[in-house]
Design a protein around this ligand. Structure first.
Ligand SMILES: Cc1cc2nc3c(=O)[nH]c(=O)nc-3n(C[C@H](O)[C@H](O)[C@H](O)COP(=O)(O)OP(=O)(O)OC[C@H]3O[C@@H](n4cnc5c(N)ncnc54)[C@H](O)[C@@H]3O)c2cc1C
Length: 336
């Protein structure tokens, strides 16, 4: 038997920028939200270094420090946190039922959470190559020369050569964007043709700052703690030759996966798994369930846009609860 049953008006899954902004708004609306941290308390920004594009920090701020600010602000208004991982959800009836475990490997459900409204802000994960040197600092160069976001990190690579890995539209977009900063962009692709749309391919192939290495895989990212990334070990899968290619940055652009598998079969999602929200709201197809941040945004994927949609989801949840209360009051016979 699970040890605890926790009931809340608003439960927020995830404590990245979207979830914590939703928590700030919901707690200031006196809804006493519970935020479930899941596998990565603070979300994706906890694995990066400088964040220079979050408004309000003129000199930039380190990713983990920014998320501590978000969390402290949410706590100040009474948000509670749980370090559980949600392993199963039942959204067929309100209150919704969530099964919380101590870790994904645990066989036991340690708490059942009953939520009158649910805000999903479980984010997305960049797909990585899984090669030496790629892990976040201090183990590797992730956040210090290795990135999965040109919009976020391109500015740090002015007048130096960089590599973009991938062959789809995202890789083309990242490569073209990075030509604004880098001295040269080398697109490394493991096949002999791109998957990207013709128009994007043409732009990349015609760009005088971009070169393409076909049939080539990145096997390792090399450098030093002081200097950061210095080269990438490449493998040509046609000639079987290995070589070291000088570079100061590696942008991995092989796709993202939204963390939404839990909701498959219950919530509407696109073919990749991004949750679908209704019009300009954060409402999903189930009344009382809202989605925000990277879990529903395959396009912008920025901390500030995640925070913006977190605000919207909390306002939607607050209005939904108010309507429910209003309807309940209207159908309750008046006392004589
Ligand atoms: C290396 C790196 C650098 C970046 N740099 C920048 C930058 O400089 N500027 C910028 O604007 N953006 C940057 N981004 C993008 C930015 O981090 C994301 O757009 C943003 O974090 C998305 O916020 P989110 O709240 O939607 O999700 P996330 O930050 O991904 O948070 C998801 C949350 O959901 C939780 N969760 C997942 N599954 C479960 C579950 N089953 N149960 C409970 N909880 C769960 C996780 O533990 C986590 O707390 C960067 C991203 C990366 C990876």
């Amino acid at each position: 038997m699970p040890e605890k049953i926790i009931g809340r008006k608003v439960v927020i899954l995830g404590s990245g920028p979207a979830g914590l902004t939703a928590a700030i708004y919901a707690s200031r609306a006196q809804l006493e939200p519970l935020v479930v941290d899941g596998p990565q308390p603070g979300g994706q920004l906890t694995i990066t270094t400088d964040v220079e594009n979050y408004p309000g920090f003129a000199d930039g701020i380190m990713g983990p420090a920014l998320m501590t600010e978000f969390r402290t602000q949410a706590e100040r208004f009474g948000t509670e946190f749980s370090n559980l991982w949600i392993s199963e959800v039942d959204l067929s009836a309100r209150p919704f039922t969530l099964h919380g475990k101590e870790s994904p490997e645990s066989d036991e459900v340690s708490a059942i959470i009953k939520a009158e409204t649910l805000i999903i802000s479980t984010g997305a994960s960049a797909k990585w190559l899984g090669i030496p040197g790629e892990a976040p600092v201090p183990e590797g160069f992730g956040g210090n020369g290795v990135s999965a976001c040109a919009t976020c990190d391109g500015f740090f690579f002015r007048d130096v050569p960089i590599i973009v890995v991938g062959g789809g539209d995202t890789a083309m977009e990242e490569a073209l964007f990075l030509t604004r900063f880098a001295s040269k962009v080398t697109v490394v692709h493991r096949r002999d043709e791109f998957r990207a749309s013709k128009i994007m391919q043409d732009r990349v192939l015609e760009h005088d700052k971009i070169e393409v290495l076909w049939n080539t895989e990145v096997r390792e990212i090399l450098g030093t703690k002081d200097k950061g990334v210095e080269s990438a070990r490449l493998f040509n899968n046609v000639t079987n030759e290995e070589s070291d290619h000088a570079t100061r940055g590696v942008f991995v652009a092989i796709g993202h996966k939204p963390n939404t598998e839990l909701f498959r079969g219950q919530l509407d999602m696109d073919e990749v798994g991004y949750l679908i929200t209704e019009g300009r709201t954060m409402r999903t197809n189930i009344p009382g369930v809202f989605a925000c941040g990277d879990a529903q945004d395959s396009y912008y994927r920025q901390a500030v846009t995640a925070a913006g949609t977190g605000c919207m989801a909390a306002i939607d949840a607050e209005r939904f609860l108010a309507e429910q209360e209003h309807e309940a009051a209207a159908t309750t016979p008046a006392a004589v």
